[in-house]
Structure formats: structure tokens, C-alpha cells
Design a protein around this ligand. Structure first.
Ligand SMILES: Cc1cc2nc3c(=O)[nH]c(=O)nc-3n(C[C@H](O)[C@H](O)[C@H](O)COP(=O)(O)OP(=O)(O)OC[C@H]3O[C@@H](n4cnc5c(N)ncnc54)[C@H](O)[C@@H]3O)c2cc1C
Length: 419
């Protein structure tokens, strides 16, 4: 005999994906337990460079937090991209003709903001300081979680749907037996914050494909600029021997690099040495994964935050309808799983391929070179980076033909300005 559920949904992890899913599900009138192992209201993810791609702006707007992000100093972002051919300055246009934008805001502001929106949504019960250690299952489907508090006492939470939004290395996925497909990442990443660091691009961010190294600079809230570099692992030991010196050296060697000597470094250097690419089946009967739990991409591409927000929204829309009585739940979860795969997997595999530490491939170099001279190609490459269009769109025969045409007539065109 099956036991009555305590909630419609139990969400594991109260970060970007978990708070988004909980908020949107509860807005449909569903009851949601939002379980988070960290106890503090101000908890946030420390190792993240928090460039949120424009693809997620509609989700932030739907959550009703875009204005609060701007009030907190979040910067409307865009990116200029350097390759050996020069600077590519592209902007994806929305249907209303405006340039699309995402946000760059530190997680110490973003995470508590999203958590407070979830906590204030009627129907959400936030359960901080609880770590999920087991799953409950009945007749081949998952029916809840067992969570342990700081005193090691256990609490059972039964729900019609379990959502694993517990990040890279998701315990929920592991407990459910959903194994990750993993592709090694042969780069490591270091970043730090600077004050009074003018960029040649103004408020736009910058990214350098200084093959095989990658570096980036993101203006963010409070007048700070985040600098990061991702280098191949054969240089890790040398880097670790003198990280500050090596970090400064990387930026001093970039074309139009930021003048570090004029700026104040206001944080320690933060490193992430192992960042494997991993994706998993996004749903099984009674249980779904969102955010990094379902797909943890190479951080260098700055896609994880946006995809955490978007995947949680897709899940809430599919599962929320079913839980509100519009059709069977497991069919809705299958539709979510297929949508997740269709929208994200090809992007993820392209990112993962570059994390081998390889150099740019001919078709990638072609688009970056042509985009330096041709605004149509530049805008298409930007739309791809912003994850507004798919892999097949950016590498389509039409797109490649346009790039070849642009290069053939390149001599007549002046190179694009940086800003
Ligand atoms: C170095 C680095 C730089 C990055 N830079 C960017 C960037 O510029 N732009 C971008 O878009 N993305 C970036 N990312 C990726 C981004 O940080 C993640 O994609 C994003 O945080 C995923 O959000 P999430 O909600 O899925 O998971 P997380 O933010 O990881 O949150 C998971 C939550 O689950 C909780 N939890 C875990 N286990 C349990 C458990 N058993 N029980 C209860 N709670 C649990 C955790 O405490 C946490 O609150 C970067 C990542 C790294 C490593």
C-alpha cells in the first residue's frame, strides 16, 4: 500500500536550478519542499565566474528577479571575442530589434536573491541544513528522500516527484543509479577580482582564444572586473609554483589585454583544477534532474548558470502541468528529458570537445575570422555563444558559405572596433 506524499515535489539543492524549479512549481499551486544541505541564508557557490548567458534572461524575467539583479549592480553583459584574426564584436538581435543581454552578478548576491524569492513563494517550504542521503522508492518509481540534519537525525520526505538540483556530482543522481557520461577536461581554471580595471571594450566582456589558452574578463557588480584563464594541464605544476606571477603573465601576453598593473586585485586567486564534462539522463520515473546534476559543462564557456535556470524552468513547465492534473507525470518527465537532450546536448559536446585542450578547428577558425570582418557572421557567432541558436545553425552550410564569402571580400572591409 503506498503512503501519502507529504509534498507534491521535493527539490534537493537550493541553488540556481533548485530555487527556480521550486518557485515555478509552487506558483502553479503545488507544495514543494526545498532541501538544502547548507544552513545559512546567505550561502552561495564560491567557485563560479557568474557570466549568465542571454539565453536565460527570459527565465530571470519570469522569476521576477531581473530588476532586483540590476538594483544589486548586476551588469547587462555581452562578449567581444579575440582570435588570431582579431576582435569579433557580434550582437544577437531579439525579435524586437534590441540586442540580447545576460547578466554578470556575483553569486554572493544572486544565490540569496533566488533563495529569498523561493522562500517567499506560497507553497515552498525551505528546509536548510538537511543533506539528502537516501531515496525512497516504491514499485519501480522514486517516492521521496531521506535527509539528515546536523545532529545526524533523519527525516523522511515523501513526494510525488523528486528533483535532483544538487549540482555537479549529484548525490540524488548517484542514489538513483543514473550514471554520468563523463568526458575529461584537460584545462584548469583560475580567477580573481580587480577594482579600477578599464577594459578596451567598455562594459562588454572580453574573451581571448589565445590557443590553446583561453582567458576572459567580465565587468560585474560593485565596479569589479573578474579575470579568468583556463590553461592546459601540462602547465599546472608550473602554474602552482607561482600562481600570481603566472596569472599576470597570461594577461600581459594577450592582445589588448587589461592593464593589471593599474588595477587593485581585491580577492585571492581562486582555482578549479578538475572540471570534467558530465551529462546524465535527465529523468526516470518519479525523479528528474536539473542544472549541473543533469549536465555539468566546461565552465570556460559560461553556460552552466543559464542552463541551470532554463532546465529548471523546462522541468517546472512539463512536470508542473502533469502534477496539476494535465496528464500522467512520467510521460511529462519523458518529454522534459527529450527536450533537455535536444536543446543542450549538442552544445555540451562542442564545449566538451574543446576541453581536450585542442586548438580551434578549421570551421571554428573560419567563423571567428570571418566574423571579424562581417557583421552577419559576427552576430551569428554571438548568438551561438549566447546559446540563442543551436550548433546546427551556426555550422550550417549557409553559415559556412557566408563566412567564405566574407573572407573573399574581406580586404575591402575595415576590421571591427573593439567596443
Ligand atoms: C570555476 C567555475 C566557473 C564557472 N563559471 C561560470 C560562468 O561564468 N557562467 C556560468 O553560466 N556558469 C559557470 N559555472 C557553472 C555554474 O557554477 C553551475 O553551472 C551552476 O552553479 C549550476 O547550478 P545548480 O543549481 O545546478 O547547482 P549548484 O549551484 O552547484 O547548487 C547545488 C546545490 O545543491 C546543494 N546540495 C548538494 N548536495 C546536496 C545534498 N545531498 N542534499 C541537499 N543539498 C545538496 C548544494 O549545497 C548547492 O546549494 C562555473 C563553474 C565553475 C566550477
Amino acid at each position: 500500500m503506498s503512503q501519502r506524499a507529504d509534498y507534491d515535489v521535493v527539490v534537493v539543492g537550493a541553488s540556481l536550478a533548485g530555487c527556480t524549479a521550486a518557485t515555478l512549481l509552487a506558483r502553479r499551486g503545488l507544495s514543494v519542499a526545498l532541501v538544502e544541505r547548507r544552513a545559512g541564508a546567505g550561502a552561495y557557490k564560491r567557485v563560479c565566474t557568474h557570466f549568465i548567458q542571454p539565453c536565460a534572461t527570459p527565465t530571470l524575467q519570469r522569476l521576477g528577479v531581473a530588476e532586483a539583479i540590476e538594483d544589486a549592480g548586476g551588469v547587462r553583459n555581452s562578449l567581444n571575442v579575440w582570435s588570431r584574426a582579431g576582435w569579433l564584436v557580434g550582437r544577437h538581435r531579439r525579435p524586437d530589434g534590441e540586442s540580447s543581454y545576460g547578466y554578470t552578478i556575483r553569486r554572493e548576491k544572486l544565490d540569496p536573491l533566488l533563495r529569498s524569492v523561493a522562500a517567499q513563494t506560497p507553497g515552498v517550504a525551505v528546509c536548510p541544513g538537511l543533506t539528502v542521503t537516501r531515496l525512497l522508492a516504491e514499485r519501480g518509481r522514486f517516492t521521496g528522500v531521506v535527509a539528515r540534519d546536523r545532529d545526524r537525525s533523519e527525516r523522511r520526505i515523501r513526494a510525488r516527484l523528486v528533483v535532483g538540483a544538487d549540482g555537479r556530482g549529484s548525490a540524488t543522481a548517484d542514489l538513483a543509479g543514473i550514471r554520468p557520461h563523463t568526458i575529461p577536461n584537460r584545462r584548469f581554471l583560475y580567477f580573481a577580482y580587480y577594482r579600477d580595471l578599464p577594459l578596451g571594450s567598455g562594459t562588454a566582456g572580453q574573451m581571448w582564444f589565445a590557443e590553446p589558452d583561453v582567458a576572459y574578463a567580465y565587468p560585474c557588480d560593485d565596479g569589479l572586473t573578474l579575470l579568468a584563464c583556463a590553461l592546459t594541464k601540462d602547465r599546472l605544476e608550473m602554474f602552482k609554483a607561482a600562481p600570481e606571477i603566472e596569472f599576470a603573465r597570461v594577461f600581459s601576453q594577450l592582445a589588448d589585454g587589461p592593464p593589471l598593473e593599474r588595477a587593485e586585485q581585491v580577492s585571492p586567486l581562486i582555482g578549479k583544477l578538475d572540471m570534467p564534462n558530465a551529462h546524465r539522463r535527465a529523468a526516470v520515473p518519479g525523479l528528474a534532474l536539473a542544472g549541473d546534476a543533469a549536465l555539468a559543462a566546461d565552465p570556460m564557456w559560461a553556460v552552466g548558470c543559464g542552463w541551470a535556470l532554463q532546465s529548471a524552468e523546462w522541468l517546472a513547465d512539463h512536470a508542473g502541468a502533469a502534477l496539476s492534473g494535465e496528464g500522467p507525470l512520467d510521460s511529462a518527465l519523458s518529454r522534459y528529458r527529450r527536450m533537455h537532450r535536444r536543446r543542450l546536448l549538442a552544445h555540451h559536446l562542442v564545449c566538451a570537445s574543446y576541453s581536450s585542450g585542442r586548438r580551434l578547428m578549421p570551421h571554428e577558425r573560419l567563423l571567428l575570422s570571418a566574423g571579424v570582418r562581417d557583421s552577419v557572421t559576427a552576430d551569428r557567432v554571438a548568438a551561438f555563444g549566447e546559446r540563442m541558436i543551436g550548433v546546427h545553425d551556426v555550422f550550417s552550410p549557409r553559415s559556412i558559405a557566408r563566412a567564405l564569402w566574407a573572407l573573399a571580400f574581406a580586404a575591402a572591409r575595415p576590421p571591427a572596433a573593439i567596443a
